[in-house]
Design a protein around this ligand. Sequence first.
Ligand code: HGY
Ligand code: MN
Ligand code: MN
Ligand code: MN
Length: 408
Amino acid sequence: MMKINGDRLWDRLMEIAQIGGTPNGGVCRLTLSEEDKKGRLLFEDWCKGLGCSIRVDAMGNLFATYPGKDPYLPTLLLGSHLDSQPTGGKYDGVMGVLAGLEVIHTLHDQNYVPDRNIVVASWTNEEGARFTPAMIGSGVFSETFSLDYAYQQKDKEGITLHDALNSIGYKGTDSVKPNEFQYALELHIEQGPILEREEKQIGIVTGVQGIRWYDIHISGKECHAGPTPMDYRIDPMQSVPLLLTELYKISEVFGEDARITIGYIDASPAVKNTVPEKASISLDIRHPNEDQLTKMHEFVLSVIQTIDKESKSSIELEEIWHSESVVFDDNCVHAVQQASETLGYPHRRIISGAGHDSVYTSKVIPTSMIFIPCKDGLSHNELESAKKEDVIAGTNVLLHASLQLQHK
Ligand code: HGY
Ligand code: MN
Ligand code: MN
Ligand code: MN
């Protein structure tokens, strides 16, 4: 039975982890940064070494094509993302890209020419850590977002995504359209505790939960921290404790599947001796059931309206992003299930708590994902880690599911 070369894959994972590597053993490879550029170039070199052609589209999405017998047949799309969180780990995203590369390298070793081309993609800005929203590269590919909308997105320094693409020479001109593809598969770490807790090596991902992002803007009035009596102030920070207390009640009201995350609280002018003019609170809510996510959205709206009425500051909710929950394609899910059974890896079906590029590829191409466990379910953390044997198992499943789908 064909198996991948685990040492080669592991060595590449450890090599690319040096690019943007952090002292705590994590990775900081923000999208379209110099580190991202270095990672992309290294990946391109590895692909070219296998005879792959490289295309780059207007969003800087990178596509390496391994030639099959009939280049006109709809092809198989593998891959994930090379960008990381600022305090990211060695596996989130990059493992899926290198696993796709390992699949074609294994076929190349065996002189096995697939019926159809196999394309390994690396999607731009999956993390949403630099530009909002997350998964914007695959979002434009699937025509969920326009190119103009994406190009205008700015990072914290005010650099547009368009200019960032140019700055690393990845504003491509190649046209890569969804109708080129027949199926898509993505390997990723689970980024949660379920597989590890249940001692399962493989997660057969049947779908992804819905996500909504907001910014809550609280406007007050700047004044001096010293002479201004408390009752003279319109202090936006005074609304924050009640807002957070009421918003966190979401998990009581909507149960254990509901997620609420306050990633940061900003203030301006953000100096110790000036009452802020404004405060803003980031908000990420998620639920596997879209109706429940809608009810959570309405809950957030009512909390904002109630507290806005009661406080001297004015409170506005800016809706930023809504990624609807998706259910993956039966054929693809079945191929992953069958590969896991054939290879004998302990497995279970699972819904993804994290967003992935597969959310957007699944809107235009039959898609599924494969998960492997990560230690303590930790991710978006420099301590993120996965077992070598699980990385190998996940990639073997990717290989065999790919071979199955090749013949569909
Ligand atoms: O937000 C997410 O779930 C993903 O990491 N972009
Ligand atoms: Mn990821
Ligand atoms: Mn991530
Ligand atoms: Mn002064």
